[in-house]
Write a protein that binds this ligand. Structure first.
Ligand SMILES: Cc1ncc(COP(=O)(O)O)c(C=O)c1O
Length: 449
């Protein structure tokens, strides 16, 4: 069925009007809302999602990188059905939690033990608290502009601007209004991939530093990986300083069987995982060396860092996680990474053919489109390149793509899933070309009217 977007007579538009009464801003999840109304999903199968109006699109967003195996993978559905019939959660431990932990341990060099949580944000929160407990110090360093979920410490300086981001040294800016100053004081801001600038910041706060939190390929810094020199500096500094190197691999886990840390050859003390590890159910994982993870040990009394949670290691998440982790082989990842290369090449060629100034970045099966040719490499350059006009063009591209059978993010991010093949990548490139041409026509008619 074809239903062009936007269409105020559609079922999605009607649901959005209904949602406005019960949700502030008409939505319970910022990422699924866009103007004039968000599309509502009815079902998904493989790499396709069908909305409540019956329109089918190829899903290049996959619940923000979660659905690496697409929707309703038969092995994940079967695992969930088996577990649902046995019970969805207990106040008893289960064998499934040990099995999933065993599958995760050993996938990267430092993964000796794990603790489960329910989301990536919760995993990051516990890793931060764990690093403080390990070192007895309060401060965490993170890179400016990088997203690590919704723990308020992790949100510091998520979207600073030239008015507040500081001049000589990067400032720490609270994300929500009313963020306590004590909190921002305890988060040290690092300029991504700037070895000297970051080292100077770390030295300034060395005595109080508990750990460094790093996403190895932060999308908000342009989609490039941390350089070998940057990773080596962070590893050496934290080791000598007695603080922890925490890698946030909630997204980058998809790049290699042992995550980005194995691909780039850096050993972490703790790692946070989530999203794809669970085949579509909620999860968070804190994995690390036995020495670092000992902070969570409560077998002999109160742990240095107490950790629990009603839904932690719930058997539904464990069952999906076991099925998904077994399927996440290096072979599956290599195939996806190859498709990612093809997608980036095709999209670059598409921009050139359409005569549009843009660039395509990303690693493995993660793809980022930018409608700007300004250099990217850290948060500040990415902020400057993504002017209001460039961001509006990307959002317009997103809307046009909806009418060409494609879903990706409003800011140009796409990711791949295993049910995809070359045909889906070619469809994406053709749809981007057609959308860019339509946008040109829209502009020309706006100028003449
Ligand atoms: C790098 C990174 N860390 C942590 C999170 C938070 O995960 P969740 O949304 O499951 O809380 C995200 C979510 O997008 C993320 O991209």
């Amino acid at each position: 069925m074809s239903h062009s977007y936007p269409d105020q007579s559609s079922r999605s538009a009607a649901l959005s009007r209904r949602a406005r009464a019960v949700f502030p801003g008409g939505s319970t999840r910022g990422q699924t809302y866009y103007r004039p109304y968000p599309i509502y999903a009815r079902s998904g199968e493989g790499c396709r999602v069908t909305d409540v109006d019956g329109v089918e699109r190829i899903d290049f967003l996959n619940n923000y990188t979660v659905q690496l195996f697409g929707h309703c993978h038969p092995e994940i559905v079967a695992a969930l059905q088996r577990q649902a019939a046995l019970g969805t959660c207990f106040t008893l431990a289960t064998e499934a939690e040990i099995e999933l932990a065993e599958l995760i341990c050993g996938r990267a060099k430092s993964f000796e033990q794990v603790r489960f949580a329910n989301t990536g944000s919760e995993a990051v929160m516990n890793a931060i608290k764990g690093a403080r407990a390990y070192s007895g110090r309060p401060k965490i360093a993170k890179c400016e502009g990088v997203y690590h979920g919704s723990y308020d410490y992790a949100e510091v300086s998520l979207d600073p601007d030239p008015q507040n981001w500081g001049t000589d040294v990067p400032a720490s800016v609270g994300h929500s209004r009313g963020a306590p100053k004590g909190m921002t004081d305890d988060i040290v801001m690092l300029p991504f991939n700037d070895v000297a600038g970051s080292r100077a910041q770390l030295e300034r706060h060395a005595d109080a530093l508990a750990g460094v939190l790093l996403d190895p390929v932060p999308s908000r810094c342009g989609g490039y990986p941390a350089s070998p020199a940057y990773l080596a500096m962070l590893r050496d500094f934290t080791r000598q300083n007695g603080s922890l190197l925490i890698l946030d691999e909630v997204v980058t886990w998809r790049l290699h069987y042992g995550g980005a840390q194995t691909l780039y050859g850096v050993e972490s003390d703790m790692t946070t995982l989530g999203k794809i590890i669970d085949g579509g159910l909620p999860i968070g994982v804190i994995a690390g060396t036995a020495e670092a993870m000992a902070v969570f040990d409560s077998s002999a009394g109160k742990a240095a860092c107490p950790h629990s949670g009603t839904f932690t290691a719930n058997p539904m998440s464990m069952a999906a996680g076991i099925a998904a982790t077994r399927m996440l082989t290096q072979e599956a990842i290599d195939r996806l990474n190859g498709l990612g290369e093809r997608a980036r090449d095709k999209l670059r060629a598409t921009f050139a053919r359409a005569g549009v100034a843009g660039q395509v970045t990303g690693e493995g099966s993660l793809i980022l489109m930018h409608l700007s040719e300004q250099p990217l490499g850290d948060y500040r350059s990415t902020y400057r390149a993504h002017t209001e006009a460039a961001a509006a063009r990307l959002e317009s591209l997103f809307r046009h793509l909806l009418n060409h059978g494609i879903v990706l993010s409003t800011w140009g991010m796409a990711c791949l899933s295993t049910p995809m093949g070359e045909a889906e990548i070619d469809h994406l490139a053709d749809a981007v070309y057609a959308s860019l041409k339509e946008m040109e026509t829209d502009n020309a008619s706006a100028e003449t009217s």
